[in-house]
Write a protein that binds this ligand. Structure first.
Ligand SMILES: [Zn+2]
Ligand SMILES: [Zn+2]
Ligand SMILES: [Zn+2]
Length: 359
């Protein structure tokens, strides 16, 4: 899936000493002045504006902050020496990045009252715009409860029962298939059919994607159709994106991203190619033991003989049943004289497995 960047937001961190919620990039707590601890986890506000300021954007994209190995101070990515103690940051530990913070919510205009003075403040604010009091965490407005996946228990049960029944059926069928029963049989009737295809050289219509149409083909028409779904954008495609979510950048900022796929549309073309194709079939049939090929006369140079096919059927009367048998060749067929006696091997499903002359 393609990851599409929507922008960056400022995350927040909560001071473990005084519980003040601070803007992510702040190194020190706005409430008590304590340094931001190394292990504090960034969160996102209930709603957040995308950053527009270019200096802040550059910081957001710089990468995870580095904690000084000597004093623990927090330094932005790319800095060589600690801003607090001057220590070499080469051995410093970069903050963890890449964690999904949660679904991103753009400002909706919703407000909540300041607990100190009652002034309504947008959900994006950490401080009251009127009295400056710290505002507690806001609940994200939830427009709809997430749809719960349907219970999988019932389909599983039905599936299990169906699988058991299938197994029983397979065992019974297998038993019948391999069961053998020898019976006497007398040839009651015979039949044969022989066909010869006539092929004609001419335009034949095909359909393919535009890039698969063969070189010498004449295109008739093309229509745009859905072809495939892929990770990368294409000239004609519909973008299908999931819910935007925020990823911790390790710098007090979060990147808002969306996973997208692309439904690609391309030209499906109808075209013709000059080639041989079956245009007619000549047929001969009979109910004796002398199969014949049909007479074929070709009309012109653009006609030729195509495939030849033959089928033979013998009906044997056995204990009042009519059993059908299909000899594989004209030579085998020729032995089934009317009224001749045979030993027929039948399986449990009533199909003939073998036919031998009666001893
Ligand atoms: Zn604090
Ligand atoms: Zn330091
Ligand atoms: Zn206030």
């Amino acid at each position: 899936m393609a990851k599409k960047s929507i922008g960056y937001i400022k995350l927040i961190w909560t001071c473990p000493r005084c519980a003040t919620r601070n803007p992510g990039p702040n190194k020190f707590c706005n409430g008590c002045g304590a340094p931001q601890p190394e292990d504090v986890q960034f969160e996102q506000p209930a709603e957040a504006d995308l950053i527009k300021d270019s200096a802040e954007l550059a910081r957001a994209k710089a990468g995870p902050d580095i904690h000084c190995p000597y004093c623990g101070g927090r330094n932005p990515a790319g800095v060589k020496f600690c801003g607090a103690c001057g220590g070499d940051l080469a051995q410093g530990k970069a903050r963890q990045a890449g964690r999904v913070v949660g679904a991103y919510r753009a400002p909706s205009g919703a407000t909540r009252p300041c607990p100190a003075c009652g002034t309504p403040n947008p959900l994006t604010s950490l401080k009251c715009s009127n009295c400056g009091s710290a505002l507690p965490a806001a609940e994200a407005p939830s427009p709809a409860a997430p749809a719960r996946a349907p219970s999988a228990k019932t389909p599983l049960l039905i599936g299990g029962v169906a699988a058991a029944l299938c197994l029983v059926a397979a065992v019974v069928l297998g038993f019948l298939f391999f069961q053998r029963d020898e019976r006497p049989g007398i040839v009651e009737s015979v039949a044969w059919e022989r066909t010869i295809e006539i092929e004609r050289f001419g335009p034949v219509e095909h359909q393919d994607w535009e890039d698969e149409v063969p070189a010498g083909a004449s295109a008739l028409s093309c229509e745009i159709e859905y072809r495939t779904t892929q990770d990368d954008p294409a000239p004609v495609a519909t973008e299908v994106c999931g819910t935007p979510y925020t990823v911790d950048e390790g710098s007090g900022f979060g990147e808002v991203v969306q996973d997208c796929t692309y439904r690609v549309y391309e030209q499906m073309c109808t075209y013709t190619v000059e080639e041989w194709a079956v245009s007619d079939t000549r047929r001969s049939t009979g109910t004796d033991l002398n199969p014949q090929w049909p007479a074929v006369s070709l009309g012109s140079d653009d006609e030729r003989r195509g495939g030849e096919h033959e089928t033979f059927t013998v009906t044997l009367r056995s204990d009042g049943d009519a059993l059908a048998y299909a000899p594989e060749s004209a030579a085998e067929f020729a032995a089934f004289a009317m009224g001749s006696e045979w030993t027929v091997t039948v399986n449990g499903l009533g199909a003939i497995v073998a036919v031998e002359p009666a001893r």
